[in-house]
Write a protein that binds this ligand. Structure first.
Ligand code: SF4
Length: 355
């Protein structure tokens, strides 16, 4: 069962409680380059990104937020390290929330930031990162551990709470899946603030996808997590896609295409791998939920993929198009992909499969 967290708002997006689990990403452009940053955010929006975070490295970047905000449609979070003036400038520029580590700022500076957030009803994400944990805590516990990360988070939470501030979201990221899970579990037992979940510094795309699916997936399965980010050393658009795949795997959200394809075996008489890859590539932009199958043989394919809305099964020279496991017609091999795509687009235009 999902952990019931309190609800906060980032711009017009409600987070926590029974609200959908939100998919976030972070730009990797120079925030001062407004055109490039806007271009990337719009691509992320098209992929389904619901909240975007940008790095604010100096006042120019903080000022650029105003310009960026005027050209995008999703809430923007300013990511600040150390310098409270950048937080204040980002708020002035219209940021919808801040990600800071209050422990990195002097208490009176944090107070200034908190006051500015209170005036505008902006939330703050406390971002604890295993890689930059306070040395005092590392010495106290003797090594990096979940307890040290949670103590850092609790110290930061107390700092904000003592200032009368509760519009808080927390993340506790590490590159170790087990450490991340342990830390979130412990924190989830102590507070009811919404949690932003992810594995950080997870590696290059394929590796990070596996680590993120494990870490985020296990936590979500346990009901922990209100927003997610799949951190990849890759195009952030892939992060958003991966986020929805993880959520779909757990029946938590259902956006876009679910692709069912078999591993193929000795019965396969056509180029299944490239066919499936091409279908995947050419259907990633679809927002509407639909299950598509690309199967390796006409004998077992339609039956093995009977949960698919529409599918093809390849054969020697010709394949079959099927819907919900029932064969619809035979198609020459060279037309299989195009015919499948035509059927998919028709289905999507009709408004759906209801799956
Ligand atoms: S659908 Fe056919 S080709 Fe694919 S794994 Fe099953 S039997 Fe093998």
């Amino acid at each position: 069962m999902r952990r019931l967290s309190r609800v906060i708002k980032v711009g017009n997006v409600s987070i926590g409680g029974n609200n959908p689990i939100i998919v976030q990403s972070m730009t990797n452009t120079d925030t001062r380059d407004v055109a490039a940053t806007v271009r990337q955010i719009l691509a992320l929006e098209a992929a389904g990104c619901e909240i975007i975070r940008v790095a604010v490295i100096d006042t120019e970047a903080a000022a650029a937020i105003a310009d960026i905000k005027s050209q995008i449609n999703i809430p923007l979070i300013a990511d600040i390290h150390f310098d409270h003036r950048l937080a204040l400038r980002s708020i002035e520029s219209g940021a919808d929330g801040l990600r800071i580590n209050p422990g990195n700022m002097k208490a009176e500076r944090v107070k200034e930031v908190v006051t500015a957030c209170q005036e505008r009803k902006l939330p703050i994400r406390i971002g604890v990162n295993a890689g930059s944990l306070d040395h005092r805590l590392l010495e106290k516990y003797g090594h990096l551990c979940a307890e040290a990360m949670v103590e850092s988070a609790m110290d930061n939470i107390k700092l904000l709470e003592d200032m009368g501030f509760n519009d808080i979201k927390i993340s506790l990221k590490a590159s170790s899946v087990l450490l991340t899970i342990a830390a979130y579990r412990l924190l989830a037992s102590k507070v009811d603030y919404p949690l932003h979940v992810g594995i950080t510094e997870a590696g290059t795309k394929d590796r990070a996808l596996i680590k993120s699916a494990m870490g985020i997936g296990i936590l979500l399965y346990e009901g922990i997590g209100d927003t997610i980010r799949v951190s990849l050393t890759a195009d952030p658009v892939d992060e958003v896609w991966a986020g929805y795949e993880i959520l779909r795997s757990l029946d938590l959200r259902n956006r876009g295409v679910e692709l069912i394809s078999c591993p193929s075996c000795g019965r396969c008489q056509f180029d299944l791998i490239n066919t499936a890859e091409e279908v995947d590539r050419r259907t990633r932009h679809i927002e509407q939920p639909i299950k598509i199958a690309v199967m390796g043989c006409v004998v077992n394919g339609p039956g093995e993929a009977r949960e698919a809305d529409i599918g093809i099964a390849g054969g020697s020279g010709a394949g079959l198009l099927f819907k919900q496991g029932q064969v619809v017609r035979k198609i020459p091999e060279q037309d299989l992909i195009d015919e499948l795509l035509k059927e998919i687009y028709q289905e999507v235009e009709k408004g759906g499969t209801g799956s």
